[in-house]
Design a protein. Structure first.
Length: 210
């Protein structure tokens, strides 16, 4: 067992964990626990997020909601719900994930089953410290077509193309949005009030689409 702790995240890594044990832990700990699980073919990472991790998560979520509202798009939020596939022996709980292009396919659903339902269109991962598992492999197995990764300073967009994640300057879900655009507002969130930030972002979007 390996335990790493920083001001942003505490990570505990367990090896040789069976799929059945992983599912039992999910059931026993429930959806309201503070930690998040990542499972990769027998390796289980348990991450407990702290303030430096959680604040950007909230900012991303608010900016995305402001964006879809200004663009008059529909969205279905799945938050940090557990995304898993037994056949692939992969599971992950993103910081945020959303149905945008496929929102109509999950509208009205109370539960998600990736054996029959599509994966989220966009997932956001905030890793201030390095994860012990390769999350790209997990998202690839799940079929998530767009991934945003943020390390506390740098934001990168990735798109799933021909079985691999390719770094991209623009969002697939929001083509008007470049990585530098939203990265700028995430950086501003460190020095601006949150309401002022949202107002500034909304004005920027309106100017962009006008």
């Amino acid at each position: 067992m390996l335990i790493q702790s920083t001001p942003a995240e505490q990570r505990t890594v367990l090896h040789n964990v069976s799929w059945e044990t992983f599912e039992a832990l999910l059931k026993d700990t429930g959806e309201d626990r503070g930690s998040r699980f990542t499972y990769d073919c027998g390796t289980l990472e348990i991450m407990t997020p702290l303030f430096e991790h959680e604040n950007p998560k909230i900012q991303f979520d608010r900016l995305i909601f402001a964006l879809v509202e200004e663009l008059n798009l529909e969205i279905k939020s799945a938050g940090s719900t557990t995304l898993k596939l037994k056949l692939a022996r992969q599971g992950i709980e993103p910081d945020n994930c959303y149905y945008i292009q496929n929102e109509f396919r999950v509208r009205g659903k109370d539960k998600l089953d990736l054996e029959t339902d599509p994966p989220p269109d966009l997932a956001i991962e905030i890793d201030i410290t390095s994860s012990s598992v390769n999350k790209f492999n997990i998202y690839l197995a799940l079929g998530v077509i767009e991934l945003w990764k943020y390390d506390g300073e740098n934001l990168k967009f990735y798109q799933l193309v021909d079985g691999q994640y390719i770094e991209s300057k623009f969002s697939l879900a929001f083509p008007i949005m470049s990585v530098s655009d939203i990265g700028k507002f995430i950086q501003l969130s460190k020095s601006m009030g949150e309401i002022a930030l949202l107002k500034s972002f909304r004005n920027w979007v309106r100017d962009k689409v006008s």
